[in-house]
Design a protein around this ligand. Structure first.
Ligand code: CA
Length: 232
């Protein structure tokens, strides 16, 4: 098993949950720095060498959402939101404020580590000099230069809009993309929040990519938040 060496800042005021997270992370080789409130978290972010942040949204002093905005003023550090609030609106708001992903309590150590792996992979991928011309997730292959898509080596005939949407997912495998983020990326800023157009586009894409669109193996719906392409 891979042993990690990154340092993760765990921002959580609930001591039991914090201990559980730290235990799970240390068992995989991660180093942990902890903070029980937003003020301490922001101080440690400045004074310590940190690779990633695990952030509880419900903190005793400042709302976690505010921490995301502050961090994003100066850093692209991966932020994984851990929250007891399972309201879809808050998950989407956290992602739109700049968080990379979220976990809803209660969660297992396995789920936690899977999300961390995805976030770290994105961190290292974004450090690469340029994006790859050919991307692959499972049996799905996208050739960005030739604008061609393949499933199990068979060509998929995607419309230009479907191809744009698929490339957006391929650049972010395993990562949840919010509806508003996708709309902004595909249609541009002035389009507003017409989710019907996106739903129609997604349905068309799923019909081509999925064997059984009602039971997707590639493009998953994150109810009330957005969509996620599988990780590998
Ligand atoms: Ca809390």
């Amino acid at each position: 098993m891979t042993q990690y060496h990154e340092t993760i800042l765990v921002v959580e005021d609930d001591v039991q949950i914090r201990n559980f997270i730290v235990f799970a992370l240390k068992s995989e080789g991660f180093s942990c720095i902890t903070a029980g409130n937003a003020q301490t978290a922001l101080k440690k972010l400045v004074s310590e060498q940190i690779d990633m942040v695990l952030l509880d949204l419900g903190l005793p002093d400042v709302d976690g959402m505010e921490v995301i905005r502050k961090v994003r003023e100066w850093s692209e550090l991966p932020i994984l939101v851990v929250s007891a609030r399972d309201q879809d609106k808050e998950k989407a708001a956290a992602l739109d404020a700049g968080a990379d992903d979220y976990l809803t309590k209660p969660f297992s150590a396995t789920e936690l580590l899977a999300r961390i792996r995805v976030a770290l992979r994105h961190l290292y991928r974004s450090a690469l000099p340029k994006t790859q011309a050919v991307c692959q997730v499972g049996e799905l292959v996208l050739d960005m230069e030739k604008h061609a898509a393949f499933m199990e080596e068979q060509p998929l005939h995607l419309t230009p809009m479907e191809f744009s949407l698929m490339s957006l997912f391929m650049k972010n495998p395993g990562k949840v993309l919010t509806t508003s983020y996708i709309i902004r990326e595909i249609w541009g800023n002035g389009y507003g929040t017409d989710t019907q157009a996106l739903r129609t586009l997604m349905a068309g894409l799923r019909r081509k990519v999925e064997k059984t669109p009602a039971n997707p193996q590639y493009l998953f719906t994150e109810v009330g938040v957005g969509y996620r392409l599988r990780d590998v």
